[in-house]
Write a protein that binds this ligand. Structure first.
Ligand code: ADP
Length: 465
């Protein structure tokens, strides 16, 4: 093979090597073709790092004294030694000796061969230096990757919609929550820089930032598991709710009790006519009904909490249930000057009539309690609509309404909207959570539409069988 061919084959071969040993294997290959040698050693920082044949070394004493000189000269040099030649081929880059190839040969090479050796040494030097630089880049990449991998947060880089990099944490989060990556890409495209994601009670906060990387735009995304923070927040809310509940319940108990006590004291303290006694007993009776109602609410609530709510279903005409509920809240409606309207024609349904009556009573009581004081005509209306396999019970009022951002919360236990309009209205915040639980137990759903200042509509949809 022509020397030029050998050289281009060598260049091709060394362009593919990925470690030093492979480079020296290729070097041995080409040297064997252009030079007849018996032994080849490679020295790096005075240590023999490669031999051909395996484990055969040239005695260092034969060339040790020339090493410094070769290092300055940086040219392949062959020196006679007894009946052989010791050749030294420095592999260098930018005047820096990277390694030294020492060979033992019986033939002195021609000047032309030395020139080729110089070229081979130069090419080998470039490859060695590239390998060194590549190692540095790879080491620093591994260094930063190790740091990123110990992070508790998921970190990733997106090139448009493609994941270009993700650390171990991001990898495990995305494996466990495959929906998350879709959400991230969607939000990144829409320019949303921060959002929260929840799946099976695990919460994440995701933030993204556009960055420039090698002149191209990328998105850096960080994913943090915030489940513990959320739980602490929830516990704080529960704690606040409990404190509010105790305050509410004490107030609710104290008001009727104080009234009962005051009226009884008055009756005991002064002579009264039969008429006055009747009037006072009436008030005491009403207050004790209030107490009873409150205790019933609490009892229902504790039954719901402990999962002991028993539903006893039978066939009833829902209009009768509506009528009973209307009678129960009649007095309350009169006190608040609220008109009670019912719109119902006989509709049979299989349900627990007592519990459904309780649902309507709770909804009606709210419609009355939260009436609009500055409206002259106030009403609370119950209508029943039969639809195929289901029955809709609609309770509507023209009261104060519910702010949009609170609608989701009103079914939470103990939740009460706290503002100027609701400040003095009694309640425990349990009514709607009881309603929701009963409706759920019937396999039904409850919907709310409301506008502040206009009124509210609660729609209970129950299966008719
Ligand atoms: P309570 O009536 O004892 O406060 P509920 O669970 O029945 O508790 O209701 C929760 C909250 O929802 C109420 O405190 C009130 O702020 C709001 N709410 C319920 N029904 C209505 C309504 N018809 N109009 C306005 N606000 C209402």
């Amino acid at each position: 093979m022509e020397i030029q061919q050998l050289l281009s084959k060598y260049m091709l071969e060394i362009s593919k090597v990925d470690d030093e040993n492979k480079l020296y294997n290729a070097l041995v290959g080409i040297l064997k073709r252009i030079l007849d040698f018996q032994v080849l050693n490679v020295l790096k920082e005075n240590e023999v790092i490669y031999t051909d044949p395996l484990e055969v070394t040239i005695d260092k004493e034969h060339y040790n004294v020339y090493i410094d000189w070769i290092q300055e000269r940086l040219q392949p040099t062959f020196l006679p030694f007894e009946d052989v030649y010791i050749g030294m081929i420095p592999i260098f880059k930018s005047n820096k000796l990277l390694s030294l190839v020492v060979i033992l040969t019986t033939n002195e090479p021609t000047a032309e061969t030395i020139d080729y050796l110089q070229l081979i040494a130069y090419l080998s030097g470039i490859t060695l230096e590239n390998l060194r630089l590549f190692r540095i880049v790879d080491d620093s990449r591994q260094y930063y990757e190790t740091i990123l991998n110990v992070s508790n947060d998921g970190i990733m880089v997106l090139d448009k919609e493609e994941i270009e990099f993700k650390n171990l944490r991001a990898d495990s989060i995305l494996n466990e929550h495959p929906l998350l990556i879709k959400k991230i890409v969607e939000n990144v495209i829409n320019g949303v820089e921060f959002f929260e994601f929840e799946e099976s009670n695990v919460f994440f906060s995701i933030s993204s930032k556009r960055i420039e990387l090698f002149g191209d735009e990328r998105t850096l995304v960080s994913i943090r598991n915030i489940t513990t923070e959320k739980e602490i927040q929830k516990l704080r809310e529960v704690d606040k709710i409990k404190t509010n509940f105790i305050a509410n319940i004490s107030h609710e108990l104290r008001t009727p009790l104080a009234a009962i006590k005051a009226y009884v004291e008055t009756m005991m303290g002064m002579p009264m006519s039969q008429e006055e006694i009747q009037e006072f007993l009436g008030i005491i009776f009403n207050q004790s009904l209030k107490l009873e109602q409150l205790l019933n609410d609490l009892l229902d609530f504790s039954q719901l909490e402990s999962g002991r709510l028993v539903i006893k279903k039978k066939l009833v005409d829902i209009c009768k249930v509506v009528e009973n509920a209307k009678n129960t809240v009649q007095k309350l409606a009169e006190n608040h000057n609220v008109r009670l309207i019912t719109d119902c024609s006989q509709t049979d349904i299989i349900c627990d009539s007592q519990r459904i009556e309780q649902v309507i009573v709770n909804l009606l009581s709210n419609a009355i309690k939260f009436c609009h004081r500055s409206k002259e005509d106030r009403y609370a209306k119950v209508s029943v609509v039969k639809e195929d396999e289901q029955v809709k019970i609609i309770v509507e009022d023209n009261g104060i309404g519910i702010p949009e951002d609170k609608i989701e919360k009103i079914f939470d236990k103990f939740y009460r909207i706290d503002n100027d309009l609701t400040y003095e209205i009694p309640g425990t915040g349990l009514g709607l959570s009881i309603v929701k639980e009963i409706v759920d137990h019937h396999g039904g759903i409850i919907k709310v539409h409301s506008k502040v200042g206009i009124g509210s509509t609660f729609e209970v949809i129950l299966p008719s069988k």
